[in-house]
Ligand binder design. Structure first.
Ligand SMILES: Nc1ncnc2c1ncn2[C@@H]1O[C@H](COP(=O)(O)OP(=O)(O)OP(=O)(O)O)[C@@H](O)[C@H]1O
Ligand SMILES: [Mg+2]
Length: 356
C-alpha cells in the first residue's frame, strides 16, 4: 500500500525563486503518475520534495495518511531513479544491485533472493556477473531500476530516466517500465519533458508550466479535452494549430479564412457571439477536401501518414497530418477541412466548454 497526498506544496528556493506553486494531488495506491512540462517548470523540484531531497516550503505531504512533510529522505521508504544513474564501475551488476541491501547488512540469503528476483523481472539474469562497462545504455538503466526494486520501496520516483538513451532504446525501455509497473503494482511518480512518454506511460498526467499545475487527468483527457491553451499546445505531436478568430453569424472568421461550425459547436460558443477566441485544430484533425485553401511548402511522408505544412488565409502556418502517402510539391494548393475543433477564451486562455 502506498497512497500519497501532496497538499498545497510550495517550493521557494533560498534565492527567493518560487519553483512550485500550490501543487495539489492525491495519488492512489499503485498509480503511475507522470509529471510533464517544459524545462524549468518545476517537475524535478516537486519530485525531490516528495523524495525528501528538498525541503517543502509550505504545504503537507502524506504517505498512507501519515504526515511525512519533515521526514528525512532515508525514512520515507521511496526509491529514486535518475537520468544520470551512477553505477559502480568496479562492481559486478549483481553487486551493484545488492549494494544498498549489503549496506543495510541484510541477510546474504535474502539479498541473493531479492537480486535474482529483480534481475528476472528486468531480464538481467544473464548479465549479473558482468561489469557495467560491458552493458548497453538500456541495460545499465535497468540495473539502476533493479537497485530500487530490491529495496522494495513503497514509492518509486523517476526523474527523466530515459533521456540518456537513443530513441529506439527509449521506446523499448519505456515499455519495460510499463511492464514493471504492472508486475510490481507499485505507486510511481515519473518526471519527463517528453509528451509521448507521458501519454504512453501514465495512468494520470500532471501537466505543469512555470511552477503551476495546468491540468491533471488521464492521457485521453489531456489530449481530447485540454484545459487551456498551454496544455493544448504541449500535449500532441506535431502540436495543435492555433488561430485568432471572430465568432460571428454562426461561423468563425479568421484572417483570410472562414470556418463553418456544427450546431453543437455553435452551442458551445453561444456566449461568445461577436467576440474573438482562439481556435485550435490538431494536425490529425485536418483532412483534405474542405474549403480552406492552403499553399504547401513542405510534404513529409511518414509512411502511414503525411505531414503537409503550408500557408492558409493571410499567410497563416498550418500543419496537416493527412492519411496515406501524398506527394504535394512546394507551391501546390490543397483544400483542407477542419474536423474536431478546440476553442479557447482569449483572456483566460481556458478551454471554452459547452455550458451545462
Ligand atoms: N537549487 C536551486 N536553487 C534555486 N533555484 C532552483 C534550484 N533548483 C531549481 N531551481 C529553479 O527552479 C525552477 C524549477 O526547476 P526544476 O529543476 O524543478 O525544473 P524541471 O521542470 O525539472 O526542468 P528540467 O526539465 O530542465 O529538468 C527553475 O526555474 C530552476 O532554475
Ligand atoms: Mg528536471
Amino acid at each position: 500500500m502506498a497512497q500519497l497526498n501532496l497538499q498545497h506544496l510550495d517550493k521557494i528556493y533560498d534565492n527567493n525563486v518560487q519553483a512550485v506553486f500550490d501543487f495539489n494531488m492525491d495519488v492512489a495506491d499503485g498509480e503511475l503518475i507522470v509529471l510533464v512540462g517544459p524545462s524549468g517548470c518545476g517537475k524535478s523540484t516537486t519530485l525531490r520534495m516528495v523524495a525528501g531531497l528538498e525541503d517543502i516550503s509550505r504545504g503537507k505531504l502524506l504517505l498512507d495518511g501519515k504526515d511525512i512533510t519533515q521526514a528525512p529522505a532515508k525514512d520515507r521508504d521511496m526509491a529514486m531513479v535518475f537520468q544520470n544513474y551512477a553505477l559502480y564501475g568496479h562492481m559486478t551488476i549483481y553487486e551493484n544491485m545488492a549494494f544498498s541491501l549489503t549496506l543495510r547488512k541484510e541477510d546474504p540469503n535474502v539479498i541473493h533472493k531479492k537480486v535474482l528476483a529483480a534481475a528476472e523481472i528486468l531480464g538481467l539474469t544473464s548479465q549479473l556477473n558482468k561489469k557495467p562497462s560491458q552493458l548497453s545504455g538500456g541495460q545499465r538503466q535497468r540495473v539502476a531500476m533493479g537497485r530500487s526494486i530490491v529495496r522494495n520501496p513503497k514509492v518509486f520516483l523517476f526523474d527523466e530516466p530515459l533521456s540518456n538513451l537513443d530513441a529506439k532504446l527509449r521506446g523499448a525501455t519505456r515499455r519495460e517500465i510499463l511492464l514493471l509497473h504492472k508486475r510490481l503494482k507499485a505507486t510511481m511518480l515519473y518526471v519527463t519533458h517528453d509528451q509521448t512518454e507521458a501519454l504512453t506511460l501514465a495512468d494520470r498526467i500532471v501537466c505543469m508550466s512555470m511552477g503551476h499545475v495546468q491540468q491533471i487527468g488521464t492521457p485521453l483527457e489531456l489530449y481530447d479535452r485540454p484545459a487551456n491553451l498551454f496544455v493544448a499546445g504541449f500535449i500532441g505531436l506535431p502540436p495543435m494549430n492555433f488561430y485568432d478568430v471572430l465568432f460571428q453569424d454562426g461561423v468563425l472568421k479568421g484572417q483570410g479564412f472562414t470556418v463553418e461550425l456544427t450546431p453543437e459547436e455553435k452551442a458551445t460558443l453561444s456566449g461568445y457571439n461577436g467576440k474573438e477566441i482562439t481556435l485550435g485544430v490538431r494536425p490529425e484533425d485536418v483532412s483534405a477536401g474542405g474549403g480552406i485553401s492552403t499553399k504547401v511548402f513542405s510534404n513529409e511522408n511518414l509512411g502511414m501518414n503525411t505531414l503537409v505544412h503550408g500557408y492558409m488565409g493571410d499567410n497563416l502556418r498550418i500543419t496537416a497530418k493527412l492519411r496515406g502517402w501524398t506527394d504535394y510539391r512546394n507551391g501546390d494548393v490543397v483544400s483542407l477541412l477542419f474536423g474536431r475543433k478546440h476553442f479557447f477564451d482569449k483572456e483566460t486562455t481556458n478551454a471554452i466548454r459547452k455550458e451545462k
